[in-house]
Design a protein around this ligand. Structure first.
Ligand SMILES: Nc1ncnc2c1ncn2[C@@H]1O[C@H](COP(=O)(O)OP(=O)(O)OP(=O)(O)O)[C@@H](O)[C@H]1O
Ligand SMILES: [Mg+2]
Length: 114
């Protein structure tokens, strides 16, 4: 069965441009698969690229190279038809969970509400 999320050889370099000395390689060839019903944890020291990886998956940062497939579709490939609700299946809980989640709702109910 195809993974729910498949990341292959993802590279993200911030900055640089003409002044290559200022470039920061935040991701250097990250590959992972997340299968339906399974949990995957990314652990690493501060600055190791965890948030950058999540932002690339969500389309909030543009990868320098590599591919991302959510339910078999690349959400950033130009010209490819991507169902509008694809990102309903991928959500971010930002670092401060109190600001991201409604304490009056279960996570399940938060997900169902618009
Ligand atoms: N917008 C940006 N512009 C330039 N460099 C960035 C940017 N965002 C992150 N970086 C750099 O990319 C690297 C990875 O940062 P990232 O925030 O992804 O790490 P992290 O693992 O989430 O860290 P933390 O555990 O502190 O949240 C760091 O060197 C960081 O300084
Ligand atoms: Mg982070």
């Amino acid at each position: 069965m195809k993974p729910a999320l498949e990341v292959k050889d993802l590279v993200k370099v911030y900055g640089g441009g003409l002044r290559k000395s200022t470039a920061v390689t935040a991701l250097d060839g990250v590959s992972l698969e997340v299968h339906r019903g399974r949990t995957t944890a990314i652990v690493g020291e501060s600055g190791s690229g965890k948030s950058t990886l999540a932002k690339c998956i969500l389309g909030l940062a543009e990868p320098t190279s590599g591919t991302i497939e959510i339910e078999g579709l690349d959400p950033i490939k130009r010209g490819q038809h991507v169902p509008i609700n694809l990102y309903r299946t991928v959500q971010m809980v930002f670092q401060d969970p109190h600001a991201s989640l409604n304490p009056r709702m279960t996570v399940g109910r938060s997900w169902e509400s618009p």
